[in-house]
Design a protein around this ligand. Structure first.
Ligand code: SF4
Length: 416
């Protein structure tokens, strides 16, 4: 019996892929041990979204080699795709698999352990999901992106947009339902483009999942604003299982920077979308990604951004400081923002996000919302999320893990 430890960095897509790839290894030959621990094999699923993410990947590879200098280390993921030659020189690295061949990872590990490899079918979308959490699964329905936003290296790392078929997703959701999981998060790189290559649409998929599966809760991990249509908003507002919770990347909150980023909407269009969601679902939680201090963003642009963010009913922000990515168009945009100013803008956006979240939480106090209770912590409390993504706690005697019950939101039960 061999031992294997995996470490995943980056997005939910990577976590779903790691779980899916490891699940294909025979359990009687490989025992998965928790990272970081000495093991015979390591799998590091890498991320390239920022230079910090890349540094963490290299650190993880060195750590694996230190944990067992004789171990065989396999590297997959976006950083593996963009920097295969650099990573393959790190001591202990057995194989670097770019995204277009990562589905062969189980075969390479089996061969390396001198077991016969399995046969893989090429040309079929490698649908992946993880069942590690007992209540929620991340289900990969789409991969790749054709948008080429000027700051983003993901289209180079994950290739053109492609997706599973509706039938594949339906079968996977039914398998997940059989395992007792109550919530599925549909994930992808550019989820809104689901099915476009074969004339299907994300809305077609949502309707079928809502009608033909028994999963009580679905969330969409994130969706580009230009692809979240009025029909989709209307559908979620009436649906059985799609939660009133949206993650809609904004990236810049002023039109000059949006143009430099090559985003496909204006602040006015984004604002109309957010208002339409709040009109249909006043209790909806809406998160927005935002990049602080993008190249060329003037002090006035930044001030306009803060004013815009105050003007729309967003619930909170995911703030990322701009990080230069090799081969992207943004490298030619001048001027770059000095580190001190980057830091200042990022801090202000984080503070604004805290304010927005507090205001959203306060607006929901007194309302009764369904909560999926997830796990107990060392403090003997049970934790879970409402449909509109507010984290609540309760005494363990008041609810059972992996059940959905109604709870009244109070100042005291919100987990900050
Ligand atoms: S939509 Fe833009 S930011 Fe998102 S993955 Fe595609 S290129 Fe990157």
């Amino acid at each position: 019996m061999f031992t294997l430890a995996a470490h995943t960095l980056g997005c939910k897509l990577n976590f779903a892929e790691t779980a899916h790839l490891l699940a294909q290894l025979p359990r009687d030959c490989f025992s998965v041990v928790e990272w970081p621990a000495p093991a015979d094999f390591y799998v590091i699923n890498t991320c390239t979204v920022t230079s910090t993410a890349e540094r963490k990947c290299r650190t993880a590879i060195h750590s694996a080699h230190r944990l067992n200098p004789n171990a065989k280390i396999f590297i997959i993921g976006c950083y593996a795709t963009l920097a295969a030659s650099t990573l393959s020189l790190i001591p202990g690295v057995e194989k670097v698999l770019p995204n277009d061949s990562k589905h062969l990872l189980p075969d390479y590990i089996l061969q390396s352990a001198q077991f016969p490899a399995k046969h893989h079918q090429d040309g079929i979308f490698p649908i992946a999901y993880n069942l590690e959490q007992r209540t929620r699964a991340f289900l990969k329905i789409q991969d790749g992106c054709d948008y080429f936003c000027s700051y983003c290296a993901i289209p180079f790392a994950r290739g053109r947009a492609h997706s599973a078929t509706i039938d594949q997703v339906l079968q996977a959701a039914n398998r997940i339902a059989q395992s007792g999981i109550n919530e599925i998060v549909l994930t992808g790189v550019n989820t809104g483009t689901f099915g476009q290559e074969r004339g299907e649409s994300l809305l077609d998929l949502l309707k079928i999942l809502d009608n033909e599966t028994s999963i009580p809760r679905y969330r969409i991990s994130s969706i580009e604003p230009n692809l979240l249509t009025p029909k989709m908003v209307e559908f979620v507002a009436r649906s059985r299982a799609f939660m009133p919770h949206f993650h809609i990347p904004l990236q810049a909150a002023n039109d000059n920077t949006l143009r430099l980023m090559r985003r496909r909407y204006t602040t006015a269009e984004y604002s109309r979308l957010i208002l339409s969601i709040k009109q249909a679902m006043p209790h909806a939680c809406i998160a927005a990604d935002i990049i602080a201090a993008f190249n060329g963003e003037s002090p006035q642009d930044f001030e306009d951004s803060i004013a815009f963010l105050h003007s729309i009913p967003i619930s909170y922000l995911h703030v990322f400081t701009y990080s230069q990515r090799p081969n992207t168009a943004a490298l030619k945009i001048k001027p770059a923002i000095p580190p001190q100013e980057q830091h200042r803008r990022s801090n202000l956006l984080h503070l604004l996000s805290d304010e927005l979240l507090l205001a959203f939480h306060r607006s929901q106090i007194g309302s009764s919302r369904p909560v999926l209770w997830e796990h107990t912590d060392h403090d003997g409390q049970l934790y879970g999320y409402t449909d509109n993504y507010i984290r609540l706690s309760t005494a363990t005697s008041s609810a059972t893990p992996n059940t959905i019950t109604s709870a009244i939101i109070t100042e005291d039960n919100i987990v900050k």
